[in-house]
Design a protein around this ligand. Structure first.
Ligand SMILES: *[C@@H]1O[C@H](CO)[C@@H](O)[C@H](O)[C@H]1NC(C)=O
Ligand SMILES: *[C@@H]1O[C@H](CO)[C@@H](O)[C@H](O)[C@H]1NC(C)=O
Ligand SMILES: *[C@@H]1O[C@H](CO)[C@@H](O)[C@H](O)[C@H]1NC(C)=O
Ligand SMILES: *[C@@H]1O[C@H](CO)[C@@H](O)[C@H](O)[C@H]1NC(C)=O
Length: 505
């Protein structure tokens, strides 16, 4: 019975495993910019709830990479690398080998970045998808996808354009998924709720409204997929680049009042200031900043490139690390000139250890478990997870499958398999155990009888042997000597067998 059970279990699992390998499901990666880990608890989100109920989530969100800004984290999601290894250290970068600085498209949509900023050793997932599997990828405004990397761009592309509506983006992706040459990897970027959180603050009602809007975009997508009969055959990951925190004009650090603005160039004013001192001024700029940063009421930290903590995985880029970076404490902002009006109410970019900087993560699809959650994992783990889902060999990366593997249904099967094995062992042990105890009981009884027989006279013993089956003498002997050891396995034939054994000896 146990053997049969294990055989069935093995067959069911084999069939599942084989089917899993055979079926290559498309994968959709969606990002809502600046969607903090806890935003889903802010308001009704029936569509996100549907994904969580039928899929998986990271309860504490995922740990973004440093700098907790849009471009570095979107590039980490698709490469599995920390910023120091993929080169997109921040939204604004400089590289001594490249004459033009790197600017984000939201600053200037027409500005063409030198492709070498992105093509810096990192390999975004669409490259492997198209080269290894002859797959097709489609990118709706995913950061960095407009640049060729290793001479490869996504098969289909919708370039960055603020004017295109969310539903148009979804419609485009649905077309790509259902066309004559469908994509097996789709990426879609939505710029909200980031923009609103900068303007109104992450705790504002405006952001709550954007969360509802994001939910209805997801509803629109699920509905379209369902109508096309695709919903049961696609894996969907929805996540974000970073979280958010509130800032205010009362928590500003005015760099110009610490160091004269003629002594340095400031590449960005985000909570991480990239400071490029003019020639010969490195030490003086640094010591002035350091003196202020170490004072009692300071709200920032300052590092020379070589002093930046390893845990940021930011300092080891060979060319792009600014000579000095200053990192504001949570809620504080650097400004180069406070007489300019400070209008921001929310910001990000801070130390990625702050929980506020962590974005959310949900996923659903045939490869994911149902209604399952983990606490947290890293942004860089999303890449190996996606490679696994697409059956691609990942490029060298900083991610790990350790936690994200738990999200997969195949491991649920493994868990079931383990559980099945456990039950099997239990049943086997129980069966073997009972057989042994029956045998032991019989042995015990046999010995007892032998003792009884020895006490009897040879004549009486002979009478006993000559009795056919369970005769009166034996029955009375047994009932007379029956004790607390008598067990339930005793049956009518016991007497015959015992007599047989006894007579043979
Ligand atoms: C640090 O700089 C601020 C201006 O941003 C100034 O008010 C403060 O006195 C400075 N502290 C030290 C110890 O220099
Ligand atoms: C942001 O605002 C919320 C609510 O107004 C407040 O609880 C929180 O402490 C603020 N965070 C910071 C870093 O100031
Ligand atoms: C600060 O900004 C104001 C307004 O833009 C400008 O007039 C002033 O010259 C600036 N100060 C410095 C030190 O750059
Ligand atoms: C991240 O991965 C890259 C590529 O394999 C590797 O060169 C780098 O050392 C890794 N970084 C860390 C901190 O392990």
């Amino acid at each position: 019975m146990a053997m049969l059970f294990s055989l069935i279990l093995l067959l069911v699992n084999l069939q599942k495993i084989v089917c899993h390998i055979e079926k290559d499901l498309p994968l959709l990666l969606i990002s809502f910019d600046g969607f903090r880990w806890d935003y889903l608890s802010r308001t009704d989100t029936p569509n996100f709830d549907r994904i969580i109920k039928n899929g998986v989530t990271a309860k504490q969100g995922i740990k973004s990479v440093f700098v907790t800004n849009t471009l570095p984290n979107h590039w980490s999601l698709v490469t599995g690398l920390y910023t120091e290894s993929h080169g997109v250290l921040d939204n604004y970068i400089k590289d001594p080998r490249i004459s033009k600085a790197f600017l984000p498209k939201y600053k200037d949509a027409n500005y063409q970045n030198d492709p070498r900023y992105y093509d810096d050793g990192a390999e975004p997932i669409w490259v492997a998808n198209q080269l290894q599997k002859q797959g097709r990828s489609g990118s709706v405004m995913w950061w960095g996808s407009e640049n060729p990397v290793k001479w490869v761009r996504p098969t289909y592309q919708m370039p960055y354009n603020d004017a295109i509506s969310s539903s148009e983006k979804v419609d485009t992706m649905i077309q790509w998924l259902t066309g004559e040459y469908p994509v097996n990897l789709g990426l879609v970027y939505f710029p909200e709720p980031d923009h609103t959180a900068h303007m109104s603050g992450p705790e504002s009602a405006d952001v709550t409204e954007q969360i509802s809007i994001a939910d209805s975009i997801v509803g629109y997508l699920l509905d379209k997929l369902e109508k096309k009969g695709l919903l049961d055959d696609i894996n969907i990951i929805i996540t974000s680049d970073h979280g958010f925190t509130n800032v205010s004009a009362s928590r500003l650090i005015q760099l110009e009042s610490i160091v004269s603005s003629s002594d340095y160039e400031l590449l960005t004013e985000s909570p991480v200031a990239s400071i490029f001192p003019v020639d010969g001024q490195l030490e003086s700029v640094y010591s002035k900043l350091k003196a202020n940063a170490t004072s009692a009421d300071s709200h920032f930290k300052v590092y020379k490139a070589e002093e930046i903590p390893e845990r940021f995985h930011y300092k080891n880029h060979p060319r792009r690390v600014p000579p000095i970076i200053a990192i504001a404490d949570l809620g504080y902002s650097f400004v180069s000139n406070t007489s300019r009006e400070f209008t921001l109410a929310g910001s990000h970019g801070y130390d990625n250890d702050y929980q506020d900087m962590h974005p959310f993560f949900v996923a659903m699809g045939p490869s994911f478990r149902q209604g399952f959650s983990v606490d947290t994992f890293n942004t860089v783990d999303v890449y190996p997870l996606m490679c696994h889902l697409l059956h691609l060999k990942p490029a060298p990366n900083n991610g790990s499958m350790e936690v994200v593997a738990l999200l997969l249904r195949e491991n649920e099967e493994n868990t079931m398999w383990t559980f099945g094995t456990y039950i099997l062992v239990l049943i086997t042990t129980a069966s073997v155990g009972s057989v042994f105890s029956v045998a032991a009981c019989r042995q015990h009884r046999y010995l007892k009888r032998k003792i009884i027989q020895l006490k009897l006279s040879p004549a009486q013993a002979t009478i006993k042997y000559s009795l056919p089956g369970k005769g009166g003498v034996q029955a009375s002997l047994l009932s007379a000597e029956d004790d607390e050891d008598e067990d339930d396995f005793d049956d009518a034939n016991d007497g015959d067998n015992i007599l047989e054994i006894v007579s043979k000896r």
